[in-house]
Design a protein around this ligand. Sequence first.
Ligand code: FE2
Ligand code: FE2
Length: 428
Amino acid sequence: MKGNLESRVNILLLDQNLEELHMLQGLVEKIIKCDIRSSDNVREAVQMITKSVPDLIITEWELADDDAAELLKILMKHEEWATIPVIICSSIRSEEVRSRAKQLGVYDFLNKPVNRYILSWNLGLLFSVPESELAAASDVTAVEADYRARFDRRKIAQISALAPLPELAQKIMELTHEPSYSPKDLAELVKQDQSLTAKILKIVNSAYYGFPRKIGNIDRAIVILGFNEVSNITIAACLMQVFPDDGEEKQLFDRRMFWTHTLGTAYIARALSGSVKDVSRRDAFVMGLLHDLGKVVLDQHFNEVFKYLLAAAAERNEPLHKVSHEILKIDHAEIGGIIAESWKLPPKLVRAITYHHSPGLARLDDHSVHIAHLANCFCHIKDIGASGNPVPDKPYDGSFIALKQQHKNLDDIWESLKIDIDSIKLLI
Ligand SMILES: [Fe+2]
Ligand SMILES: [Fe+2]
């Protein structure tokens, strides 16, 4: 492919929506020196390709006369055309369409509205253009300044009001410390919310707990699993309800995978807390659940900025929190800490959230931080769910010392935790 930008790239753009076609054209022209031809239908596109073979085709999935699958099939039949890279930029979020496109050999499938950074990354790879030579790269600093401007720190302070800790979760966290609180109270609270009850029962009946017979109601779940376990599951289910998996397939941040990562970290943190006396199993579990709270807040309240951070981390192959610091001067751990503080969660929980990526900043006897850090590391190492971070942390040596595990190797520590990975993956 072309090795430099002396030669102009010949691009064919296809979209049946004229406005979007113009927007895409403007975007591509900003990124790379090119000659662009455009159309809204497959028939005309084939005529254009016959006249002159493009270096790249960028197309929406649905076109005026047919869909891109038809075009891809035509390309495959011609030897000279079969190697033309095709990038789909589409509003369609269907998993089926994506896998069909992949089978038909598309180079990449991007969501609309197209993220300039991701598109320019693709074009750089395709045409072997160093990042510094891409036109968009020259104003990356400007782009990042724009994202920084859009990210208003003052808004984080307001978010606790916008996204309060679910009332029920808060009540459970407060009440479980009160001696007069009974399992009956918990069951009564939970039963008021049918979808929450359903979510809790789904987790209770998952392979993780492995009961041979289905548990049909909350009272029964409390009898069998115990009050503490059901309280924990309820807090998890409450959080998932506030920040639900919207069913959309996401390339960089998939909420379902994220909740699996979160639950995995919670169960691992709880197992790790066995080696210290000052962090209860309950606190460790909640800590694991909440450690990446900042990502949820970014995803919900600064979505564009968050998408940019995810794309930039993937493209630079650097840890998400590092990239976030470079661009926003703050990361999800600190944002999560600010929110947790405003929710008036216990200080050790706030510290665990804030320092889970920088345990070296915490004291060695601040066990909650080291538990959260190692649980998160194990969750990545064992591939449980996904958190949007392309380069996970290496476990910090000091954390092993803090938890008195420094004389064991990683595998032995993992073995001693007795975590069933497969069943965690099936929890939600
Ligand atoms: Fe994190
Ligand atoms: Fe994490």
